[in-house]
Design a protein around this ligand. Structure first.
Ligand SMILES: Nc1ncnc2c1ncn2[C@@H]1O[C@H](COP(=O)(O)OP(=O)(O)OP(=O)(O)O)[C@@H](O)[C@H]1O
Ligand SMILES: [Mg+2]
Length: 384
């Protein structure tokens, strides 16, 4: 087994990713897009590799669609360069790029049936009839829409329409498929099912996908790597594990999941870690390097990494704090607890409900006195 503990920066690196020696398929070099005074995309630098399912994740208005449109050639960067397969895309129109874009609203032709919608781009390119038919049939099979050829878009369900849009974008065999909120129009259950279909299809065709989403769970499930975007900038890029377990800032930690965050300072060094002082007490921190000392640091602990117990954990080096259960949210599979500490701070804790409660009462109830504790290597450190 690879010892990942001492090298958190290597955690979850993917094959062929930045650590591999392959050339990137898509290279975004210092790309900025300003609309008059307003900077929508701010100095973005990013390499994406062949076969990746890459997610651009960020809140509404952070510049995701604008960046995607520049990759497709529908928008020109104010400055910076986009290279695909080493070729500069400046001045190359959308139809001459090895990209295809699947729009947020699918933009299907309402008066054409499914087969015609899919074949449209190939007909525009003047391909022979037999080839168009063969490629359309292949792609219909891939998205499992055989038998629906003659339906119009309005005679399909949301999920089926989504698959037609995907088929139409894939049939032209782009090197890079750009998908803007591909599952945005679907309800939660269908969305989850479609996420797996999308991954399967990507795996089968081997096309590089760049997916825009504002849904962090979706990004985590789908991607080989994620870039988190905030106000036009890429604030962190990494595998889902890296982004979730080693977020670089409080903003990223709170955008992907949630975290209990306290200000702290280093008060001592240990063999594999540090002694930290925070408002809720002194703690040990392990396997997380602290590189900046002259600045306030922040300690973050994810709710699921905190354990609740009736007694303190007395093992040497363990981190405990005492509090009272102030609120419980029972979700069936898990429960969310809010623990009020002596210092009047509220800590969020999530715990799986692994056993069925006896007599319909749970182990922890409102106003119970409890201890919270966590592993020294579970705490995250931030400088901003
Ligand atoms: N053509 C334009 N002219 C002026 N401003 C624009 C234009 N297109 C986008 N913007 C602005 O740029 C910012 C980024 O827009 P963009 O559509 O890229 O956001 P987004 O991240 O895709 O958001 P959403 O998740 O809501 O789709 C927004 O503030 C938007 O108002
Ligand atoms: Mg958008």
């Amino acid at each position: 087994m690879v010892d990942q503990e001492d090298h958190p920066e290597d955690y979850g690196k993917i094959e062929g990713g930045p650590s591999g020696d392959r050339q990137p398929l898509l290279r975004i070099q210092n790309v900025t897009k300003a609309f008059d005074e307003f900077v929508a995309v701010d100095n973005v630098e990013l390499d994406i590799y062949e076969g990746e399912l890459f997610c651009l994740l960020g809140g509404s208005g952070c510049g995701k669609t604008t960046l995607l449109r520049m990759l497709a050639g529908f928008e020109t960067p104010t400055s910076g360069k986009i290279l695909i397969d080493g070729k500069d895309m400046s001045g190359v129109p959308p139809y001459e790029r090895p990209t295809n874009m699947m729009f947020q609203n699918y933009a299907l032709f309402p008066h054409m049936n499914v087969a015609k919608n899919i074949a449209f781009g190939l007909e525009q390119d003047g391909l022979p009839r037999s080839e168009i038919k063969e490629r359309t049939n292949d792609i219909l099979r891939l998205v499992e829409l055989q038998g629906y050829e003659n339906r119009r878009p309005q005679q399909l369900s949301g999920g089926q329409r989504q698959r037609v849009a995907l088929a139409r974008a894939l049939v032209k065999e782009p090197k890079i498929l750009l998908l803007d909120e591909p599952l945005g129009a679907l309800d939660k259950k269908l969305r989850e099912q479609t996420q797996f279909e999308l991954m399967n299809i990507q795996d089968k065709v081997g096309v590089t996908f760049v997916v825009v989403t504002h849904d962090q769970e979706e990004a985590m499930i789908l991607s080989t790597r994620i870039s988190v975007m905030d106000r036009g900038r890429l604030v962190q890029t990494g595998s889902p594990t890296e982004i979730y377990e080693f977020p670089k800032s409080r903003m990223v930690a709170n955008f992907i999941g949630s975290a209990n965050i306290f200000e702290g300072s280093v008060i001592g060094e240990l063999e594999h870690g540090f002694k930290i002082e925070t408002i809720i007490g002194e703690f040990t921190l392990k396997n997380t390097p602290i590189t900046i000392r002259n600045k306030a640091i922040f300690i973050g602990i994810r709710p699921e990494k905190i354990f609740l117990s009736k007694e303190p954990d007395l093992a040497p080096g363990s981190n405990n704090a005492e509090g009272t259960i102030y609120d419980i949210g029972y979700l069936g599979n898990t429960s969310r607890y809010k623990i009020r500490l002596e210092q009047d701070l509220i800590i969020d804790v999530t715990a799986p409900n692994q056993t069925r409660p006896q007599n319909k009462t749970h182990e922890f109830m409102w106003d119970d006195k409890v201890y919270i504790n966590w592993e020294p290597s579970s705490a995250m450190v931030f400088y901003e």
